[in-house]
Structure formats: C-alpha cells, structure tokens
Design a protein around this ligand. Sequence first.
Ligand code: ATP
Length: 309
Amino acid sequence: MQNVVMTSGLCKAYGSRTAVQGLDLCVPYGSVYGFIGPNGAGKTTTMKLLLGLIHPTSGSIRLLDEELTPQSRLKILSRTGSLIESPSYYAHLTAAENLQLVAGLKGAEAKDVVRVLDIVRLTPDARRKVGQFSLGMRQRLGIAMALLGWPTLLILDEPTNGLDPAGIQEMRALLAEMPRRCGATVLISSHLLSELEQIVDHVGILNKGRLLYQGPLAGLQQHSRGDVALRLLHPALAAPVLKSAGLAGLAREERGEVVLPPLKEAFLADLVGSLAAAGAGVVGVSCRSRSLEEIFLSLTKADGETGVV
Ligand code: ATP
C-alpha cells in the first residue's frame, strides 16, 4: 500500500527540549490514521512539521509523493486540508460567508460551500453568525473549511477537544466517512485511543516524541500481551520464586489462579521453569486479552526492569 505521508528520522527540538525524535511515520492512502499519545507526546509538533508551519531540526518529510521543501510546500498544501488547534473564523459573519471567503482563497466554487456545509451537517445553521455557534459547531465549521478544495489529505489535530459525548460521537461518524465521501485520507490526533478506535484503521502510538507502535489497529492487539494467569497445584510454593523474580508485589490471586502483569515471553518461560523446579506444580499458563485502551496505557507507561511488558 502506498503512503500519503512518509517521514524519515524526523526530529524537532525547541532549544534543549526534544519534542519529536526519529519519527518514521507511514500513513497509507485511503486510511483513517489515528495519531495517539498523551499530552506533550509531540502530536501537534508533528502535524505542524507536516504542514511546513515549523521546520524540522533533522529528517525529511514526503507528502503526496513529493518531498516537502520550501519550493514544493504551496503545491502540496493546495491538496491538503488541516485543522490545527481551534479554527479561525470571522465571528460577525455567517457560516456560509466564512466558507465563501475560504473558498475564494482556495479557488473552490460556490457549490462546494453548499456541499461541505451538508457534509458537516451545518446546512440548517448556514445563515447564522459564527459568533453564536457552540464549540462543536465551530469545530465542524473548521472541518468544512479544511474540506474546501477537496484535499487528498486531511490533517486534524484533536478535533474532538472540548466536545460533549454526543458531539464526539457525531464528529467520529463524520470523520469515519471522509475517505468514502470525499476521497480524503485522514490523519487525526487524540490523546485517547478509546475515542478513535471505532473509526481508525491504522494507528501510530506516540510517547515522549517517539513512535511506540505503528500499523493496522488490529495489529496493536497482537503486538501486546495481556495479564498472565498461572494455575498452580501448590500456590504457596510460588511465593519465593515470584519474589526472586521481582514480581512479589505484582502478583494477585483471582479465582484460584495467580495473575501477573503482562510479561515478556522469554521471562515467562524462565519463570514457569523456576516455578516447576520449586515444586509449585504448574498446570496451566494463559495470557488474557486486554482492551485497546489498556494496551495503549501499558505501551505509554515506562518499561520496568522486571520483565514486565
Ligand atoms: P497535547 O496533547 O497536550 O496537545 P502534544 O502531543 O500535541 O500534546 P506538543 O504540543 O507537540 O505535544 O508538545 C511536545 C513537546 O514540545 C512538549 O514538551 C511541549 O512543551 C514542547 N513544545 C511544543 N511547542 C513548543 C514551543 N513552541 N517551544 C518550546 N517547547 C514547545
């Protein structure tokens, strides 16, 4: 599959603070790609880099099959729509008037204004002044502005920020249908995987400026193991083994099983060997599945030294 966004070793430092380091981003054409990470992970910085709003400290960016350079930037941006932070608009003008202004700048037609209003479900409010709009309506107007000119790539930085649950639901539905309705690939950021997991097909998990996982959403589940449950004939004999493996405080008992946090495979194999040697009688080892949000949280939490994943 070809990529609409590709970065190679992308780094951005603000003085001595590194915001993004060694990022190799691959966003496939036609995907809805969720760029997920906790506050301060570097999502906005990356999106600003992709739009040429700030310059990388090192590394390169390819967008829409072209290297992003000062010469190619305008051409690339004419095929890109974006919403970074909150949208800009004239509060004393109506939604339709704001869109007509942007359409003029982008060389879009009057009928496109009608169509984007319909896509973001603002047609009934088209003649209202934007100053009277709710936050969710303003976000939808921002997306309508980004859609003018029918971009190949839409870059949206936390468009669900500040929305109520109904607004989030509506925004999700809107974004999920973008590739089909408008032919646009969507790169969207959020600090919550749960907010996007129903609509994205690819994810990049970012933490402290680095990608921890990138690929199909389905692969994330396989990428990370869940808690380990051990069925033992003599659980009392397990305690010293767990203690010497550094797991004493991490083990819990559930329905007759000893449950441990996710463990690296080689570590688990050694542990089972030690438990067997100590006479604990290992009769069952199973790995539980975890929700995507749990996987995300464990990925973004620092690795321990105990073999815990
Ligand atoms: P959030 O979810 O809170 O919006 P984010 O993932 O978008 O976070 P960024 O805004 O990209 O994160 O910030 C990444 C890091 O870069 C943070 O440590 C932030 O303080 C720093 N940073 C961002 N912009 C600047 C700037 N203009 N000058 C100095 N440091 C900055």
